[in-house]
Design a protein around this ligand. Structure first.
Ligand code: PHB
Length: 393
């Protein structure tokens, strides 16, 4: 099979890229190792930066999102059993993020892509990338475990295949530098069928650890609690989860967290990771294949979309005007934004978690950081600008 751009991975990076390329008449094929159902049901974070919301609308895919999503004017930070509203909207000249789960975004993107004849092959195995140093790269794969070997011949290969995919491995180790930080804590996330307890996302550091309250719909709430990353979920019966959430989100003003049946729960580790460069020959990495952020700033999906927006403009310049410059600068352009998002996600994570390897001195510094957001407009504005998504430079 032959196409212009061969995309590995049907997550946010691969799907947004397919839509952006379709919009400018560039052909592509997506292959994905998971089944469609699996892709559409994997639960991830759910915050879309304001410009991603606009992009989804521009692509004609925003109807369900605008009906179902929860628009947020700000966020709530909590420490010392007190809450502080950060007026993201007011501090950024009218920008707002929305809360709409990643898998709902993916459902809309997949349906939209298939509706305009886009090709997505789910459930493939044995994917290998070759000849990216030449002008005729290729991707080999099998439709299923036992299927015949097939090849996508293309002009460019995009590794949008996540942290564990073959994309990054196709950059020789001698070329690649990887930067990583593993945090000594993880998040236990739950979905509960309960009404909303608070109108905006709460990020809480009560001293004994982090908790986050978010929403999915008026009837379904998403909550997280700091835990040991290697803990077994069996150690967390529902009663213990609620007891810890009540303690970490509790205030002294009579507010209470509404509990409900827990319909899903799981533990994720927290890591920061960047691969430099994000390109090699005719191979370009996008999203988690190139960088991971801890979810505390909700930047993961947004960064993936930023990568492929840069890439789609570069590919358009190449195909329409035979201009190579933007493609050559793809990695450098993306990495400027990536490192700022890494910094912000690390800052939010460090400030909001209890790290047993840190001294009490460092813990006090984190509370001072939180209090600065309350008392200094410059500090609050900096947080707000990063939270809604920095401008593209
Ligand atoms: C979520 O709703 O899943 C969520 C919200 C904010 C975060 C992370 C996750 O920072």
């Amino acid at each position: 099979m032959r196409t212009q751009v061969g995309i590995i991975g049907c997550g946010p990076a691969g799907l947004f890229l397919a839509h952006l390329l379709h919009r400018v008449g560039i052909g592509c094929v997506i292959i994905e190792s998971r089944g469609r159902q699996d892709v559409e049901q994997t639960i991830r974070a759910g915050v879309l930066e304001h410009w991603v919301v606009e992009l989804i609308k521009e692509l004609g895919l925003g109807a369900r999102m605008m009906r179902e999503a929860h628009v947020h004017d700000g966020i709530t930070l909590q420490w010392n059993r007190e809450r502080h509203h950060v007026d993201i909207n007011g501090l950024t000249g009218g920008k707002r993020n929305i809360v709409y789960a990643q898998h709902e975004v993916l459902k809309d993107l997949i349906a939209g892509s298939l509706a305009h004849g886009g090709e997505i092959i789910f459930g493939v195995g044995g994917t290998t990338i070759r000849d990216v140093e030449t002008d005729h790269p290729a991707i080999d794969f099998r439709r299923d475990e036992t299927g015949a070997l097939e090849t996508i011949y293309c002009d460019y290969v995009v590794g949008a295949d996540g942290f564990h995919g073959p994309g990054r491995q196709a950059i020789p180790v001698s070329i690649r530098t990887e930067f990583q930080k593993i945090y000594p804590f993880g998040w236990l996330g739950i979905l509960t069928s309960a009404p909303r307890s608070w109108e905006e996302i709460i990020y809480a550091n009560q001293g004994d650890g982090f908790a986050l309250l978010s929403t999915r719909s008026p009837e379904m709430q998403r909550l997280y609690i700091q835990c040991n990353p290697s803990d077994d979920i069996a150690n967390w019966p529902d009663a213990r989860i609620w007891e810890q959430l009540q303690a970490r989100l509790g205030t002294d003003d009579g507010w209470s967290l509404t509990e409900g049946p827990i319909v899903q729960k799981g533990i994720i580790p927290l890591r920061s990771f960047v691969c430099e460069p994000m390109q090699y020959g005719r191979l370009f990495l996008a999203g988690d294949a190139a960088h991971i952020v801890p979810p505390t700033g909700a930047k993961g999906l947004n960064l993936a979309v930023a990568d492929v927006l840069v890439l789609s403009r570069a590919l358009e310049a190449k195909y329409k005007r035979n201009s190579q410059d933007l493609l050559d600068r793809y990695s450098a352009t993306c990495l400027r934004r990536v490192w700022k998002a890494e910094r912000f996600s690390w800052y939010m994570t460090t400030m909001l978690h209890r790290n047993e390897h840190e001294t009490d001195f460092e813990q006090r510094i984190h509370f001072a950081d939180l209090d600065l957001v309350r008392t200094s407009e410059a500090s609050a504005r900096s947080l707000a600008e990063n939270y809604v998504g920095l401008p593209f430079d």
